[in-house]
Design a protein around this ligand. Structure first.
Ligand code: NAP
Length: 288
């Protein structure tokens, strides 16, 4: 279960839960409703969506229906969404407004630039930095007006982050990137720690592919937990927020059981020794 103890404090002063529900590939009102219901029951209070997931409206609808049934209000949950790569630059203002409307919310707790590059531009195109700078200025505008309570970025490299920190008026609160034992992201984590940017993990289960890794299975056997719990615990034990996705209520529940056990130093080290820079998702390192 999440509670006030299981959160991180962002540089805005607001808490963000260490555990959130990932919603990439959650589709259709029934699946969304069932999964959000299971998540609220299991104690999740954070939900991660994005314009490109095309489920903002369904997430918003599910929360409107389910929060009262769980005795909760809008203020009890933390909603993240993201600006799609096709909406960088001059399209950003309309896209930010559209996310609010799709979700049916007056404010979004955290809004991220999803990707440093602009869709349809070559990755090396020199217009990418200017476009994302223009998008950031729009996110700052929505932050100042209270429509976004925190703003941040996703899939930025240390160099993209350095450029942003050097030019922004409002510093990013969060960097959301792929993170699991095979991709420990040491340079990025150090850059975030130095700049007081919260480092947040996505694809902590390696999109599911790490669940059968022999070392993960060995640690899971030793501590009597499931491979998913071991992978998620490895991150939260380092203070890194996670966003596991499942559309199965029993797995949603399983993935929430992270705060009633600890991995030993040896098991943490054993998992960390898997780091080899392997990515299961996309690689932003060539985006100008
Ligand atoms: N910012 C970005 O660019 C970005 C990129 C990727 C992801 N994300 C966010 O992070 C979230 C999580 O990442 P992800 O969806 O890529 O991958 P993930 O959470 O690492 O893994 C999800 C996969 O693992 C399976 N799974 C989940 N829990 C399980 C369990 N306990 N036992 C067995 N299998 C389990 C799921 O299948 P079932 O659904 O069938 O259970 C799904 O196939 C996304 O949903 C999204 O919100 C952000």
């Amino acid at each position: 279960m999440t509670d006030a103890l299981h959160s991180v404090r962002l540089n805005t002063g607001s808490p963000m839960p260490l555990l959130g529900l990932g919603t990439f590939r959650l589709r259709g009102p029934e699946e969304t409703q069932r999964t959000v219901d299971a998540a609220l029951t299991a104690g999740y209070r954070s939900f991660d969506t994005a314009a490109v997931y095309r489920n903002e409206a369904e997430i918003g609808q599910a929360l409107r229906e389910l929060l009262p049934r769980h005795g909760l209000t809008r203020a009890d949950v933390f909603i993240t969404s993201k600006l799609g790569p096709r909406d960088h630059g001059s399209r950003a203002r309309d896209a930010c407004q559209r996310s609010l409307e799709e979700l049916g919310l007056d404010y979004i707790d955290l809004y991220l630039i999803h990707w440093p590059g602009t869709q349809a531009l070559p990755v090396e195109d020199g217009r990418n930095p200017a476009n994302r700078a223009q998008s950031w200025a729009v996110l700052e505008e929505f932050y100042r007006s209270g429509r976004f309570r925190a703003i941040g970025v996703s899939n930025y490299t240390a160099e993209h982050l350095r450029q942003l920190l050097g030019a922004c008026e409002v510093p990013p609160a969060v960097l959301q990137v792929e993170f699991h034992p095979k991709l420990a992201q040491r340079e990025l984590r150090a850059a975030c720690a130095q700049a007081d940017v919260c480092f947040q993990a996505y694809s902590s289960l390696g999109t599911g592919l790490l669940l059968s890794d022999p070392v993960v299975l060995e640690v899971a056997r030793r501590c009597g937990r499931t491979p998913a719990q071991v992978l998620l615990r490895w991150a939260v034990q380092q203070g890194v927020p996670v966003l596991p996705k499942s559309c199965h209520p029993s797995r949603v529940q399983e993935n929430s059981q992270l705060f009633d056990f600890e991995l030993s130093e040896e098991d943490m080290a054993r998992l960390s020794s898997l780091d080899c820079g392997e990515k299961f998702c996309w690689n932003p390192s060539s985006v100008a």
